[in-house]
Ligand binder design. Structure first.
Ligand SMILES: NC(=O)c1ccc[n+]([C@@H]2O[C@H](COP(=O)([O-])OP(=O)(O)OC[C@H]3O[C@@H](n4cnc5c(N)ncnc54)[C@H](OP(=O)(O)O)[C@@H]3O)[C@@H](O)[C@H]2O)c1
Length: 340
């Protein structure tokens, strides 16, 4: 089979190489999938640039999700999946013509659901579902702050918050993204690259507070978000995008740590606020059934129209480098997908 290998960290043209490789074999609890297309995630950019600690040793195949048909399954897999077209979460290994994954990390759409929309639902909507529905109890009228709201996870969070009847404060990095969000029905949009979102939201709140913030940035935004939260408020932290562009050495790591701040649990009691960390790779290892449940829930909601996956662009494999750069340069709204 052909596979994209990450051979060194850096720009896509130096980092990636398409090579021949052996088709992987299924472990007893895995399925083997012939891949039609794979999705890109922001974490892939972090992996390529050497900022993702869990990246396997190089040369390696990265990639968190594929769409394709199951060709084989291990002998401990419950159910018969051979021949089924599935969307699958992969723990790396997605940038290849064949991929293996745990049978609980697959889901299927009825009919010929478009591959690109299925991939949008996979990692990004599942992550959003874990953050929004498994970590929170939000009610109609609650005020939520969503950062990087026009990205893959951000759009999913906005759709979930709109469905729940929440009032949304969304940040994004360009006017085009803010306009997209307003067209989706998002109530308040702030360009956080031009204005201090803390000041803007504070003045919009007129003395009231936020009930939940969904933060994929870390750094200085954590202190600001905690100040915007009222009693009972929760901050879900699931990314550290603010580190990008600040170098990769120990000093940039320390800078991120100091900007993010150090907190005592006692302060959270006194203020009745919570900080929740989410990492779906860790949850997939420890609680695969939870991730399976969330994947199935987002597929069901996408099929009945409650969730509407947004696709930025589909690329052919020869344009993988261009696709990666588009994601890195913060130019994308929604999902980026690559077809073999
Ligand atoms: N913890 C988990 O299990 C988990 C799972 C999936 C994703 N994530 C995280 O969730 C976030 C969103 O992932 P995604 O795949 O949906 O990506 P994405 O949102 O489609 O793209 C990332 C966006 O982050 C924003 N951003 C903010 N600061 C940035 C910076 N310094 N450099 C580059 N981009 C910056 C950009 O939007 P603006 O132009 O609006 O700034 C960019 O478009 C990522 O941080 C990712 O690592 C975490």
């Amino acid at each position: 089979m052909k596979a994209v290998f990450l051979k060194k960290f850096g720009a896509p043209e130096q980092a990636f190489e398409i090579r021949d490789a052996a088709i992987p074999t299924c472990a007893p609890d895995q399925v083997l999938i012939k891949v039609e297309a794979f999705g890109l995630n922001f974490a892939d950019v972090l992996a390529r640039t050497g900022m993702y600690p869990e990246t396997p040793d190089r040369p390696c195949i990265i990639g968190y999700e594929v769409v394709g048909r199951v060709e084989a399954q291990g002998d401990k897999v419950t159910g018969d999946f051979v021949g089924t077209r599935v969307v699958a979460l992969t723990r790396f290994g997605g940038y290849a013509e064949y991929a293996v994954t745990d049978y609980r990390a697959i889901g299927s759409f009825s009919g010929q659901y478009p591959a690109e929309k299925a991939l949008a639902v996979a990692t990004q909507f599942t992550t959003a579902y874990v953050c929004f529905h498994e970590s929170m109890n939000l009610y109609r009228g609650d005020r939520v702050l969503i950062h990087a709201a026009a990205g893959g996870v951000g759009i999913a969070l906005c759709q979930m918050a709109l469905n729940a009847g929440c009032e949304i404060f969304a940040t994004a990095g360009s006017e085009k993204k803010l306009e997209f969000l307003r067209n989706m029905g998002v109530h308040h949009t702030i360009n956080y690259r031009e204005n201090d979102y803390f000041k803007e939201i504070n003045s919009l709140l007129k003395g009231q507070r936020i009930d939940a913030t969904f933060n994929s940035l870390a750094g200085k935004s954590i202190k600001k978000d905690l100040r915007l939260l009222g009693a009972g408020g929760k901050l879900v932290l699931f990314g550290a995008a603010s580190r990008v562009g600040g170098g990769k050495g120990i000093f940039s790591g320390l800078k991120l740590l100091f900007q993010t701040g150090f907190y005592t649990p006692l302060a959270f009691i006194m203020r009745s606020k919570s900080l929740i960390g989410i990492n779906i790779l860790k949850l997939g290892d420890y609680k695969p059934e939870l991730i399976a449940k969330c994947l199935k829930a987002v597929i069901a909601q996408a099929e009945d129209g409650k969730l509407d996956p947004v696709v930025q662009k589909t690329y052919k494999i020869g344009d993988l480098n261009t696709a990666h750069l588009a994601l890195e340069k913060r130019g994308t709204i929604g999902k980026t997908v690559v077809f073999w």
